[in-house]
Design a protein around this ligand. Structure first.
Ligand code: 1WB
Ligand code: MN
Length: 341
């Protein structure tokens, strides 16, 4: 397939701004060795190690990134403030920096409206102010959805204190992308060895746990039109749907919240998934069959994973032309309100 013939919108593409990077750098000086701090030190503490190569491309929303996109036939990045976003900061700092990041993102999109779209950050630490920022970011800045990096201080979005955030996303008709961060404290113990602490395994456990919590808590009966996006080929949640349905019936009989629908029905109705960083044709085939072609979106996970293989993967998978168009851009245009060409 010719590289220029199909619009390619990549939907989990990370960026940062100097102000957030500086605040993360400051955090590095504190003691503490959570998984997030291990990652933050690796990326933002330039004296440090294996991922320091990511900081420059994260901060570059100009020529370097556009060159990578051009070289690989990628038309658009749906940008999001990289993990852990503002969620390690105190509520005031987090709220302020989310605003700055969203303003900056809006400027970049305005400068390159055909190349970038954006997910707005918000600070769950202060749900009230988060809702204000969600409204501002969509209604004034025209953002395409929201990004949240899974848990906040070990709490998940099913907690009632976060319902205003879910309510706002539903009312604004914008999807919340739940991106990974280091797992919450009690989940993280066994993940600290063998390189499992981030994208290799822990990230998927964290976000899949979050997604299953949302479904089983019953929040989709309260917010039936809420849309959630999860990456990495759905963090494998849809592989589990049959067993979750079976066991959920039993759990509801034993005191878990009563649900109007089967868990699998919420997953198909309220979630979409992306292929970020997961380039397995077999997993994609399963995802399309399990969830339907309209619920799967293409992503790279730039700069953490390279663009060329992500494009080669989606160019070459055995799907129809119509399906490839949906995967590459049609579904992203619908879910994230990106203007079709
Ligand atoms: C990695 C991936 C690290 C992501 C990150 O740190 C983020 C990793 C903030 O591969 O180790 C990501 O967004 O995929
Ligand atoms: Mn990512």
């Amino acid at each position: 397939m010719e590289k220029q013939k199909i619009r390619r919108i990549a939907t989990e593409e990370a960026f940062s701004i100097p102000e957030v990077a500086a605040e993360l750098q400051r955090l590095c000086r504190n003691p503490g060795n959570t998984i997030d701090m291990m990652l933050v030190r690796a990326i933002y503490n330039s004296a440090d190690t294996y991922q320091s190569k990511f900081l420059a491309p994260l901060l570059d929303v100009g020529p370097g990134r556009l060159r990578d996109m051009d070289d690989n036939g990628v038309d658009m990045h749906l940008l999001s403030l990289t993990a852990p976003g503002v969620q390690l900061f105190d509520a005031d700092t987090a709220t302020e920096l989310a605003t700055v990041a969203n303003d900056r993102l809006a400027e970049v999109i305005a400068a390159h409206p055909t190349r970038y779209a954006g997910l707005a950050a918000f600070a769950p630490q202060s749900p009230k102010r988060a809702v204000k920022e969600m409204e501002r970011a969509t209604q004034k800045l025209g953002m395409n959805g929201f990004i949240v990096n899974s848990h906040t201080n070990n709490e998940y979005l099913d907690d009632a204190k976060y319902w205003p955030i879910l309510e706002a996303a539903e009312a604004l008709d914008r999807c919340i992308y739940i991106h990974p961060r280091g797992p919450s404290d009690l989940l993280s113990g066994p993940m600290r060895d063998y390189g499992m602490f981030a994208a290799l395994w822990a990230y998927g456990v964290e976000v899949s746990t979050h997604a299953v919590r949302l479904i089983l808590s019953g929040i989709f009966d309260r917010f039936p039109h809420l849309k959630i996006c999860i990456g990495h080929m759905g963090e494998a949640v849809h592989f589990w749907l049959w067993r979750i349905d079976f066991m959920s019936a039993r759990a509801q009989g034993a005191g878990a919240p009563k649900l109007k629908l089967k868990p699998s029905e919420y997953f198909k109705r309220n979630f979409v998934i992306t292929t970020s960083g997961q380039e397995s044709p077999l997993a994609l085939d399963f995802s399309i069959k399990q969830l339907g072609i309209d619920n799967v979106l293409w992503a790279i996970d730039y700069p953490y994973q390279p663009s060329a293989p992500a494009v080669a993967f989606m160019d070459s998978v055995d799907v129809t032309d119509e399906q490839r168009h949906k995967l590459y851009h049609g579904n992203a245009e619908r879910v994230f309100h990106i203007k079709p060409l």
